[in-house]
Ligand binder design. Structure first.
Ligand code: HEC
Ligand code: HEC
Length: 489
């Protein structure tokens, strides 16, 4: 059921949707399902918004129930998400203003096909350092202490994020270096495995040394399908997850992050980013335009140059003549709308015996205590347009959106608002099985260190230590079933 290009034939998903739903119903009859809040159809990942898509475009379709007018806006936002920004001055002021410092030239440069980035590949003979330069891996920087709005304090010379590219006449900040060492282990049945633990550093620093007490947080670009529905999960539900976990015995004690939101103008419960360090898609988008591409907006009017970066401060500004934001509010809104309307894809193989077995193991190993299966959505970020589409849907993201101590092996040692240096947000598991189709790899966890679902689980520790131990004691067939279930989401 490979769907066609999302924009060339916008109606395909809807048609495919009906056909696939009929097929799924026909093929599903009679299989036993866990009770409780299980979805009787087993595959309506995003309720009425679900698209039936696999293959390279699986993350790029609009919500199945969008109106034609909304589809047009989706297409406009998509073009500004995907197309490269250029250096100023250029013949087009609509897309100039790249840099001075940047990491990529477009959102799609990291979120390739709206999907997941990969850490740099290690290849013999690739100079320097034995690995390719990182693209979709960004490194957040800070020094100890609390900054504005309860956030971290940026590194004084290099700022809040490392930029390894720059426009002509401006120095890139330097290079990210990556080393890795093997961590060996074995399952209870004697099977051996090897994980690779990364270490990050910098070389060719253009503006001198970094602060001695600099803190680094490496992060890979996550896939974006379904983010509008995540924003529509009521804040009360996230807080309820924390209260429920606090009331249960055992080590799982998730905590909500509280973060500054420039659009709401207040502190909110965080839900985006690997530490739930951002509350809304609007804030994330304006932040990414500035931090990753060097595009200013009305909320972020100044380029991200520090006082020590004279060449950066003196570079030519893009956008309308005489300065002003390099992206206007309307276009920024279109890009936010675009992401809000990216549809989660339906589950695959829901009725397969191995998947159903994996589903039982997922519950038995208490993966569900953090990867909470489902929610009913509230109002979305665009009440006027998408509320009739996004609100009131039962969705299946498999996350509590809370922070958990995941143990020392995953810890970055860097706080982010209320998150401490050992905590990470439970990422949603919907779409994980499609990353390989879309991006040709299956790099998981915050910095992409895990290659596939099983490695991701083997890295779990801290509050998830007992879940990891249960997987270590599973038979090979059970491990495979567990992975198949997660890949069916
Ligand atoms: C340099 C690579 C890079 C570029 C360019 C980039 N992103 Fe990201 N994106 C990331 C990383 C890394 C994260 C995780 C950030 C974190 O944990 O703080 C992320 C997170 C996000 C998220 C949150 C997703 C979630 O579920 O947590 C959204 C939404 C997003 N980006 C949108 C955008 C948009 C819109 C653009 C263009 C304006 C963009 N990104 C450009 C790397 C990138
Ligand atoms: C204590 C909470 C908790 C439990 C229990 C838990 N997880 Fe996770 N899971 C997380 C967090 C937090 C992360 C992100 C860690 C990181 O990025 O470093 C994660 C990441 C993952 C990922 C990678 C997702 C991605 O997008 O990269 C997979 C797959 C996963 N978990 C599966 C499982 C399975 C299967 C189980 C049960 C055996 C399980 N988890 C139990 C909290 C939990």
């Amino acid at each position: 059921m490979r769907a066609a290009s999302p924009l060339a034939s916008p109606r395909v998903p809807r048609v495919a949707c009906l056909a696939a739903a009929a097929l799924a119903l026909a093929g599903f009859g009679g299989s036993a399902r866990t009770a409780g809040d299980a979805d009787p159809l087993g595959e309506k990942t995003g309720g009425e918004t679900t698209v039936y898509a696999t293959g390279r475009n699986a993350f790029s379709f609009p919500l199945a129930n969008l109106s034609d007018e909304e589809r047009t806006r989706f297409a406009v936002g998509n073009s500004f998400f995907r197309r490269n920004w250029v250096e100023a001055p250029a013949s087009t002021t609509a897309r100039d203003g790249l840099g001075p410092h940047f990491i990529a030239r477009s959102c799609g440069g990291c979120h390739v096909q709206d999907g997941r980035g990969a850490p740099p590949a290690f290849r013999k003979g690739v100079a320097p350092g034995g690995h390719e330069p990182p693209v979709a891996l960004l490194i957040r920087l800070s020094v100890p202490g609390v900054g504005e709005h309860g956030d971290v304090r940026p590194e004084p010379v290099y700022g809040g994020q490392f930029n390894n590219a720059a426009v002509q006449g401006v120095q890139p900040e330097g290079r990210v270096t990556l080393r890795r060492h093997p961590v060996a282990g074995r399952f209870a049945d004697g099977t051996r495995y090897t994980l690779w633990a990364p270490t990050y550093g910098f070389a060719d620093l253009a503006y001198g040394p970094m602060a001695k007490d600099v803190l680094l947080s490496p992060r890979i670009a996550p896939q974006l399908a379904g983010v509008g529905l995540l924003e529509a999960i009521p804040e009360a539900e996230i807080l309820r997850n924390a209260a429920d976990q606090a009331a249960q015995p055992g080590p799982v004690k998730g905590q909500a992050n509280r973060v500054w939101d420039a659009f709401a103008g207040e502190m909110r419960v965080g839900r985006f980013g690997w530490k739930a360090n951002v509350a809304t898609l609007a804030h994330q988008t304006a932040g990414a335009f500035l931090g990753d591409i060097g595009i200013t907006s009305s909320k972020n009017p100044g380029e991200a140059c520090t006082a020590a970066q004279r060449d950066c401060l003196g570079a030519t500004h893009g956008g309308p003549a005489g300065g002003g934001p390099e992206i206007d509010d309307k276009t920024l809104g279109d890009v936010v709308f675009y992401q809000s309307a990216l549809a989660p894809a339906a589950r695959r193989d829901v009725g397969a015996a191995q998947v159903l077995r994996g589903q039982r193991l997922f519950t038995q190993a208490a993966c569900t205590s953090c990867h909470r299966p489902s929610y009913i959505t509230g109002e979305g970020p665009f009440p006027a347009l998408t509320s009739p589409r996004v609100a009131g849907q039962r969705i299946w993201p498999y996350t509590d959106l809370l922070l958990h101590d995941m143990g020392p092996a995953l810890a970055d040692g860097r706080p982010d608002f209320a998150a401490n240096g050992r905590q990470w947000k439970t990422p949603p598991l919907w779409g994980v099985g499609l990353i390989r189709d879309v991006n040709g790899h299956q790099r998981l966890l915050h910095d992409g260190r895990a290659d596939g679902v099983l490695e991701a689980v083997l890295w779990h520790g801290g509050e998830a230590e007992s879940a990891r131990r249960q997987v270590l004691s599973m038979s090979r067939a059970d491990r495979q079933a567990l992975v198949k279930f997660v890949e069916s989401l």
